[in-house]
Design a protein around this ligand. Structure first.
Ligand code: IPE
Ligand code: IPE
Ligand code: MG
Length: 240
């Protein structure tokens, strides 16, 4: 997307994935409990979602809670569940922005009340298509692939498909992200340079952008820097 408007990014990815990392360190630096870092992180999510909407990002996937994050102390997990619960209430206003919300991952381990909210949000925003926000919660790239493989195995067992029918398109169609294009750009904040089990399949040809900025400090200016860097990349997809 070219333009002279300051709010216009030079080139925006169709599908942007964000690994929101560094909330705990942000809080520690300020002598605050980790939960305060997560709260500040939720604010950053709201701000970045707005920026992406203005810039025309069609699919935005946030890594909010991994299948491995259950290893954290109970106190932190409880604080995160409370935050998700509160945040989702506010997120209902996203409907006004014609935003579709999808959760990636198995909802079963979440508290009943939260699960009901997640399901309701998905259902009521189903009709919107100007932007899709995917919240990866209890998400793992391996779990995503296993979940898809199980579904295909079931279809094969029922005789609806034969194993030789299985191709990339069919497997993609069973992933939590079904219907969305592969990730174009993945941003990870806080200086870590790894995927930590995020979008393993969907990131096959994604560009990566790593920044030392901690997630609660990530803002419009930082996002623009990422898009400017992305615009310079030469994506070959195996070609020349
Ligand atoms: C990311 O921030 C948020 C979640 C994983 C829920 P962290 O909580 O991992 O923050 P650091 O990495 O400890 O600073
Ligand atoms: C990745 O961050 C998961 C989320 C951002 C939700 P982590 O902080 O859990 O990742 P590791 O442990 O540093 O790899
Ligand atoms: Mg972390």
């Amino acid at each position: 997307m070219a333009g002279s408007d300051n709010n216009t990014a030079p080139c925006v990815p169709v599908h942007l994935g964000i690994i929101m990392d560094g909330n705990g360190r942000w809080a520690k630096k300020r002598g605050l409990p980790r939960s305060m870092g997560h709260k500040a992180g939720a604010e950053a999510l709201r701000c970045i979602t707005d920026c992406c909407r203005r810039w025309g990002v069609r699919y935005l996937t946030y890594y909010a809670f991994s299948t491995e994050n259950w290893k954290r102390p109970k106190e932190e997990i409880d604080a995160l569940m409370k935050l998700f619960d509160e945040y989702l209430d506010e997120a209902f206003t996203l409907e006004k922005e014609q935003t579709r919300i999808i959760f990636l991952g198995d909802k079963a381990p979440f508290p009943e009340k939260l699960r009901a909210k997640m399901e309701k949000l998905e259902k009521t925003s189903e009709k919107y298509d100007s932007m899709t926000v995917m919240l990866a919660m209890n998400y793992g790239g391996r779990d995503d692939i296993i979940h898809a493989a199980k579904r295909l195995a079931e279809y094969a067992a029922e005789g609806d498909i034969t194993p030789s029918d299985i191709d990339e398109k069919m497997l993609s169609g069973q992933l939590y992200t079904k219907g969305a294009p592969d990730a174009d750009l993945i941003i990870r904040t806080s200086g870590e340079q790894r995927l930590s089990n995020f979008l393993l399949w969907q990131a096959a040809y994604a560009e990566f952008y790593f920044t030392d900025v901690l997630w609660p400090d990530f803002n419009e200016k930082e996002l623009k820097k990422a898009f400017e860097e992305y615009a310079k990349r030469n994506r070959r997809f195996g070609g020349v």
